[in-house]
Structures are given as C-alpha cells and as structure tokens.
Design a protein around this ligand. Structure first.
Ligand code: UD1
Length: 431
C-alpha cells in the first residue's frame, strides 16, 4: 500500500490547477448507457473511481477509451451492445456510486441486475430511495443472492412510465439515478425535493445534449418529459469543487498565497464565506480564486448541509483548519452518521477535538506534531494531508489508496506549490 511522507512547515505559494469533478464524471459516464451512440466526455479526472467505472461499463459490454494529458482527459464511451447488464459485486463493493448504473440500465434494456452495495466507512448508505422511485415508475424490484434485480413493466413497449416522485430525503446520486431513468420513460416525471448540487446540473446538461427533455435541474423541482431514445453527445465535465475547496484550505492552513485555477467559484460560496469569517483573504476571479492567509485565523462554526450549504465532503478538511484557528469551533455533520473518523488521527497529531453525537468541538489553536497516521476514507485522507502540511516534522500517511479514489496527482500538484510531500510505494507493491 502506498504511503505519503509529508514534512510540514512550508507556506504554499503559486498556482495550482483543479481537475474535472469525479462526482460529475461518474453519473455522466453512466448516462452513456442510455444510448447506443458514442458519448464523449472531456475533463475526466484521472482517479481510481473513474477507472473502476470504466471496468464496470466494459464488464457490461461497453467500449470505453480513456485518454489523459494531451488527449484532454477525454473518454469515449459506446454502449452499442450491452451484452451483460449486470453490475457485479466485485466492482460495486469498491465503489458505491456503481448504483448509478441502475436507472440507466433498466431504462435502456428493461432489466438491471446490480449488486447491493454494503455499508461503507462513513456509515450505512442505503439506496432505498433509488428503488422507491423506480417502483413508482413501474419497475418490479426483487432481491436474489445479494443482487437487486429491477425490471420494467412487461406490458406494452417495456418502458418505465412517468411518475410524481417526492424524495423523502435529499439524495445526490438518487436524484441522478432516477433522472437518467426518467429520460427514456413514457410520459412526464415530476421530481420534488431533488438534490441541487452542481453535479446534478452537470449531468442534466449532458442528458439534454443527448436529446433529453429536462427542466429545473439545479432546483428542488425537476420535470422530465420522456423520449423514446437518446443520441450521442460531447460534454465537458465541471471542475471539481471539492478538490478546489481542499486547495483553498491548503493555502489557508499553511499561511500561503495560492491561486486555485480552473475552478468554478460560483460552486464554492459556502466555503468562501466561511473562510472569510475565519480571517482568510479571498479574491474571486471568473475561473480562479486567490487565497491568502497570514496565519492568525479565527474560529468559525460549520454545519454540513445539502448544496448550497456547507458540503459534507469539505467537513474533514475544514476540521484540520479549525485546529489552527484561535478559539473553539463546532462542526456539526448532518448528512452522514459516522463521518468523524479523521478525529482520532488528528488528535494523535496534537489536536484537541471531542465528539458528541453529530457534533465535534475543536479547541484551537494547537501545534500539530508529525505522527504515523492512517487514512480511513477519501476526504479524511485529505484532512490528514492538510494537518501534515503544518505539523512539526515528518508525517507518514498510510492507506493513501483512499485518497487516490478521488484526487488526481494530489501530491504532485501540492509539490508544485511548495509542499514537501512524496509518495512511497509499498515494498511488496500491494494496493
Ligand atoms: C454523494 C457524493 C458524496 C457526497 C454525498 C453528499 C457522489 C458519487 N457521491 O453521495 O461524495 O458526500 O453525495 O453530498 O456523488 N440516503 C438514504 N437513502 C437513499 C440514498 C441516500 O437514506 O436511497 C441518505 C444517505 O444515507 C445520506 C443522505 O441520504 O445520509 C445523503 O446521501 P446521498 O446524497 O445519496 O449521498 P451519495 O449520493 O451516496
């Protein structure tokens, strides 16, 4: 298993570039299932979850080509034949977002078999709302040996039908999954209480380019008028707002002067407002954000919410910053039940954090010391890297494969702006 070795103390200076959003790219790749034509996606990040999704599509019979670097991070997907419309457990177990193929598979082929995702490190993550929505659209759902099988109605033309679906709870991939299913359903589907995340809007832009009729993406109410078929399209994936936010925090925590380039500042409103409350200087451009901090930062509380609130995917990284602000910060996690696994490791580095239910209390500012620490999930890993950038001495982060799921060349990008960070491969070469 690869490790990171990080020596703290350097302020980050210069320009760092943001890649395409993993959480947009995943549903957009799944959307290619909806047509037999070629779908070309640009600005696809080179991260492990994308490789997992490529394997998933290929295992179902799709042709997928991924090209990075000069090839503009472009992927071409052609699902002319879906010979095996099954999302196998071996793949689903490594990436819960594999459940995103459920909606497009049943819409395109009339049947989908998807391994049930298990729990994951940040808590039990059910897909009951995806299933409830598909049933409202006429699908019959059954369970067999750990697999969920969904079938569209046999009568008539084998298509799902439109429905009025009110989500009991706001779900990002649930909204995306059912949105894709509705594009090929017969009649109109009205969704209420939808996720408003930019990733949903990005997916809707691709679907519209493929011929779907969708109104209201990015709001709580989405209306879809189903069409008999979709065609190929070319689409550029949005910049990754969570990667951009992580770099903003890296600039702030190190007392640096960092230009976070190729991002969309309009997706980062909640984080920018919070950083300003902490005393960080922020200059917003059209596609870049400059972050400056002299090091004397004030505490400011956060509470995670659905977009446009403070993102749960930035909570762990913000907590690293909170260890370096003067005063007491409370961090309330409202989206996931068990998303405080970074706390123990931050405390091992000298932080003073206590957890009570969904709320963590961070007493700052405490000097951080290097230690051997363990990454437990994607964003927790980023939080530990941020802490290591200001810790005294050399921190060794184990299990960085979690980080590789969602950050492209993270250590190289940080090294480019002055961080002392290197990757150390396992002598046995195992992941
Ligand atoms: C997506 C993001 C993830 C982010 C999360 C919340 C992707 C690939 N992942 O995850 O990075 O942290 O949104 O912003 O885009 N829930 C149910 N039943 C369901 C579905 C969800 O109860 O059928 C609950 C979940 O347990 C959770 C909440 O709803 O408590 C929100 O989850 P959801 O928005 O679905 O997260 P994901 O889409 O899995």
């Amino acid at each position: 298993m690869d490790k990171f070795v990080v020596r703290g103390g350097n302020p980050l200076l210069g320009t760092i570039k943001v890649s395409g959003a993993k959480n947009s790219a995943l549903p957009c790749m799944a959307a290619a299932i909806l047509t037999e034509d070629e779908v070309i996606l640009e600005n696809i990040p080179q991260v492990r979850d994308i490789e997992t999704e490529r394997k998933l599509l290929v295992s179902m019979g799709a042709e997928v080509e991924l090209g990075y670097g000069r090839a503009q991070h472009r992927t071409s997907i052609k699902c002319a034949l879906l010979s095996d419309p099954v999302a196998k457990y071996e793949i689903v177990k490594t990436m819960r977002a594999s459940s995103l193929v459920l909606g497009p598979l049943i819409a395109r082929t009339g049947v989908a078999r998807v391994a049930m995702p298990g729990g994951c490190a940040i808590g039990d993550r059910p897909i009951d709302l995806h299933i409830k929505g598909l049933e409202a659209m006429g699908a019959t759902v059954s369970y067999d040996h750990g697999y969920l099988e969904a079938r569209s109605p046999n009568s008539g033309n084998n298509r799902l039908h439109g429905a009025h679906i009110v989500f009991d709870k706001i779900t990002v991939t649930g909204t995306e999954d059912l949105l894709m299913a509705a594009t090929l359903a017969e009649g109109e589907t009205l969704f209420e209480n939808c996720a408003r995340e930019p990733e949903v809007t990005d997916l809707a832009a691709l679907l519209i380019a493929m011929g779907a009729q969708i109104e209201g993406a990015g709001t709580g109410t989405i209306r879809v008028h189903g069409v008999p078929q979709l065609h190929g399209a070319r689409h550029k994936i949005n910049p990754d707002r969570i990667e951009a936010g992580t770099f903003l925090l890296a600039g702030a925590i190190t007392g640096g002067d960092l230009n976070v380039d190729c991002c969309d500042p309009s997706h980062l409103g909640a984080l920018i407002a919070k950083l300003e409350q902490c005393g960080v200087k922020i200059d917003v451009g059209t596609d870049h954000i400059r972050v400056r901090s002299g090091g004397d930062l004030k505490a400011s509380d956060i509470s995670t919410e659905e977009y446009p609130g403070f993102p749960t995917d930035m909570q762990a990284q913000f907590m690293a910053l909170a260890t370096q602000t003067e005063g007491t910060t409370t961090v309330t996690e409202n989206i996931f039940e068990n998303r405080f696994m970074h706390v123990g490791e931050l405390n091992r580095m000298g932080a003073n954090i206590t957890v009570n239910g969904r709320t963590a209390t961070i007493r700052g500012k405490t000097p951080l010391q290097s230690a051997a620490v363990m990454c437990s999930d994607l964003r927790a890993s980023a939080s530990l890297v941020l802490a290591a950038l200001v810790a005294d001495g050399e921190t060794i982060l184990d299990r960085v494969y979690h980080l590789d799921r969602g950050y492209e060349r993270f250590e190289e990008k940080l090294r480019g702006v002055g961080a002392q960070i290197r990757r150390m491969g396992d002598v046995f070469g195992k992941k």
